[in-house]
Design a protein around this ligand. Structure first.
Ligand code: 5GP
Ligand code: SF4
Ligand code: MG
Length: 451
């Protein structure tokens, strides 16, 4: 998901709208904006893309000099209007709006307890439990109530909370998801990625730290660190795939990391070929690195229809299979009679890669070599990236050679785990989807790890 908040600007809702537009890649299922004029919180939410949801008329209803927004991409809970955010509720401490990026791994347990005690949930999203915990909290000060509620949570949250007069940004103690602080004219901005700051010409101040809570109100901006300190575990997959390459996060810029991964991949898994091409768009930057390091010419041999959403965002399996075909086509003049290397960021189920190999052979490729700019995805993510269950992840049940056979490529190689860390150059990351080394306990359906 993507989150954005603006405090202290008369155009707050319009600015949040623009931020959500820049963060569209983080979620395309639905979006919403809530604003506060100091007396009342108003909100507008809908399903689909930001540009389709908001009209000038809807935006004009969102008055006030503070606003928070959200782009939804479901990892827990269904794709349904009731699950769109910001969640807005009236509790004894006042009206509150909440935007959440991440996944609460002990949500089911907490929800069960809340429901036993009479709570009525209006959505199936894990984020709603935060509102219930806040509503139930015996603390009379809102900040204390937020802290005591968040202390019950395990998992990933980059959160924005807005009351009538205060905006709060929090990153969980592991800092799985990014959260960035910026400055605009008279106000402050909190966003998932710096590409949103760039669009509204806000100045980058810094990243919110893991375990940090920033509180912005008319007294200014202050930070507290209410949690027990953990070793930070930002999500390495943000660098590999999820974040936009023009963003800066976890202390480094995504483009350089992605490009180095491609260079490293070329060093680790060279192959004689005539041309190297990306699976667009996710493989583009790594392919540039692969081409540069290997000296093999870069071409766009696969063209993407940009008006189709990312296939993996569509939750239904039938749409996923259909999606690959609508999305990509081969450029025959580039491929015919050539030995081709194709670079992608990851293989999930293997269906995309298999269809691409078939498409390239039909276009006349002599050989098709697949290269993946991350290690085999063998474990599901429970921290806000949508991966299928373990048994659906092809690399959890198949060796690299078996995957090669399945996708019918002439060769297949992945970036090593050591290579991946070397390219990211920033110490510690979560890489549980590759290693199974989950920083927290988790329990979801059949996949559980009661650590
Ligand atoms: P596959 O066909 O192997 O299931 O999908 C692989 C494609 O999905 C790759 O092009 C990759 O860019 C994209 N993808 C990247 N991240 C994710 C993710 O978190 N979940 C899913 N399902 N697909 C992803
Ligand atoms: Fe990121 Fe993978 Fe960790 Fe999930 S499991 S937070 S995708 S590195
Ligand atoms: Mg892709």
């Amino acid at each position: 998901c993507g989150v954005a908040g603006v405090y202290g600007d008369s155009e707050a809702a319009n600015l949040v709208y623009l931020c959500l537009y820049a963060l569209q890649h983080r979620g395309q299922e639905g979006a919403g904006i809530a604003s506060s004029d100091g007396e009342k919180i108003n909100y507008e939410r809908g399903q689909g893309l930001v540009a389709d949801i908001f009209s000038e008329e809807r935006l004009s209803k969102l008055k006030g000099d503070m606003a928070v927004g959200h782009n939804r991409y479901s990892t827990a809970g269904e794709n349904h209007i009731k699950n769109t955010q910001p969640i807005v509720a009236d509790i004894s401490k006042g009206s509150i709006a909440l935007s959440h990026n991440g996944n609460i791994v002990n949500a089911d347990e907490i929800k069960h307890e809340l429901v036993q005690n009479g709570a009525i949930f209006t959505s199936t999203s894990d984020s709603e439990i935060i509102i219930h915990l806040l509503a139930k909290s015996k603390k009379d000060n809102l900040i204390d109530a937020i802290i005591s509620s968040l202390l019950k949570l395990k998992g990933a949250y980059s959160l924005l909370l807005m009351t009538k007069g205060t905006m709060i940004g929090v990153r969980d103690p592991f800092g799985f998801r990014p959260l960035i602080l910026g400055k605009i004219r008279t106000g402050h901005v909190l966003v998932s990625e710096t590409c949103a700051l760039d669009l509204i010409e806000a100045e980058f101040i810094r990243e919110i730290e893991p375990g940090e809570m920033v509180i912005i109100n008319d007294e200014g901006i202050r930070s507290i660190y209410p949690f027990e300190k953990e070793k930070p575990k930002p999500c390495i997959f943000e660098h590999i795939y999820f974040a936009r390459p023009d963003s800066f996060l976890f202390g480094t810029d995504v483009y350089s990391v992605r490009k180095r991964m491609g260079q490293k991949l070329a060093e680790e898994a060279p192959v004689d070929a005539d041309v190297v091409m990306p699976v667009p768009d996710s493989g583009v930057v790594a392919t540039l690195g692969y081409s540069e390091a290997s000296g093999i010419p870069y071409e766009h041999g696969l063209i993407r229809n940009h008006y189709v959403g990312r296939t993996f965002i569509e939750p239904a399996q039938s749409i996923r299979h259909f999606g690959v075909k609508i999305k990509l086509n081969a450029v025959k003049s580039i491929i015919k009679g050539k030995r081709v290397i194709v670079v992608d960021d990851s293989i999930v189920r293997g269906t995309t890669s298999r269809k691409i190999v078939k498409m390239l052979r039909e276009a006349g490729a002599l050989e098709v070599h697949f290269r993946i700019s991350s290690p085999p995805t063998r474990f599901p993510c429970f921290y806000g990236i949508d991966t299928p269950t373990r048994k659906e992840l092809i690399a959890s049940t198949h060796t690299v050679e078996e995957i090669r056979k399945y996708i019918t490529a002439d060769s297949l190689a992945y970036l090593s785990r050591e290579g991946m860390f070397e390219c990211s150059r920033n110490g510690d990351f979560c890489d549980a989807c590759f290693s199974g080394d989950y920083p927290t306990i988790y329990k979801f359906g059949d996949d559980s790890n009661p650590r």
